[in-house]
Design a binder for this molecule. Structure first.
Ligand SMILES: Nc1nc2c(ncn2[C@@H]2O[C@H](COP(=O)(O)OP(=O)(O)OP(=O)(O)O)[C@@H](O)[C@H]2O)c(=O)[nH]1
Ligand SMILES: [Mg+2]
Length: 237
């Protein structure tokens, strides 16, 4: 890997499952040990970047927003150029960076990163989305490098059995790791930290091969006038 090339780590998952919070946790836990940068993708705003800057866990200049103006899949999968340029600019401005975290705009269960943009990816679900979500599958759930079941502290309030949800997720993943996470559970945060650290070294020494989680199902979005727009995305590999 050239001197200026970081480990690029994607974080995707449905709206509000805790992607920004997870990135803030990684920054808080690892910024003393690794040189970090963050790129956020929001459809219309730079809200996530502002939220992360105000969390005070990383030099605000190392957090940049890409405003995609389109559906999140386009920006992280079909036309990754704006994101790639943002990552490379950050790597150049703060060289050498160890890890650049890229947050996808929140969407549904189908959005995953292209391996042209990231070396590895985390897919984030939360218990509040329902215990059966893990069984619904999809490329992120089945094949992301790490699946996080977040907000386990909320499980008693939403009637979700975390162990069961984790087992369902494991069954869908063919041995790939699943991490039950909560910001109130320090042991789970330690496991997240260890996963990011070991993946950083695996990418650096070439022992990790980026995997494409695979194509997206056709899906729909509300258009600007409230109309339903259904489309698929080209899939090239
Ligand atoms: N109880 C609880 N709430 C959490 C946890 N992690 C995140 N949250 C809350 O969940 C909400 C959404 O978190 P974000 O990190 O903004 O989620 P996101 O996935 O980045 O959201 P979008 O970018 O809008 O898709 C916020 O109110 C967080 O405070 C957790 O471990 N436990
Ligand atoms: Mg966010």
């Amino acid at each position: 890997m050239p001197e200026t090339r970081s480990f690029r780590l994607g974080v995707a998952g449905p709206v509000g499952t805790g992607k920004s919070s997870l990135i803030a946790t990684v920054c808080r836990e690892l910024s003393a040990e690794l040189q970090l940068g963050v790129i956020t993708n929001d459809i219309y705003t730079d809200e996530d970047a502002r939220l992360l800057r105000s969390a005070g866990v990383l030099d605000p200049e190392r957090i940049r927003a890409v405003e995609t103006g389109a559906c999140p899949h386009t920006a992280i999968r079909d036309d990754v150029t704006p994101n790639l340029i943002a990552v490379e600019d950050l790597e150049r401005d703060f060289a050498p960076l160890d890890v650049v975290l890229v947050e996808s705009g929140g969407d549904n269960l189908t959005a995953t990163f292209s391996p042209a943009l990231v070396d590895a990816q985390i897919f984030v679900l939360d218990v509040a989305g329902g215990g059966d979500v893990a069984r619904k599958g999809g490329p992120g759930i089945a094949r992301a490098d790490l699946l996080v079941v977040n907000k386990t502290d909320l499980a008693p309030y939403v009637g979700v059995d975390v162990d069961r949800m984790v087992q369902d997720a494991e069954a869908a993943r063919n041995g790939k790791p699943v991490l039950a996470l909560s910001r109130t559970d320090t042991a789970s945060i330690a496991r997240l930290k260890e996963w990011v650290r070991s993946m950083t070294y695996a990418v650096r020494d070439g022992s990790h091969t980026p995997v494409d989680p695979g194509p997206m199902a056709p899906h729909s979005h509300r258009g600007e006038n409230g109309e339903l727009v259904t489309h698929t995305h080209a899939h090239t590999h």
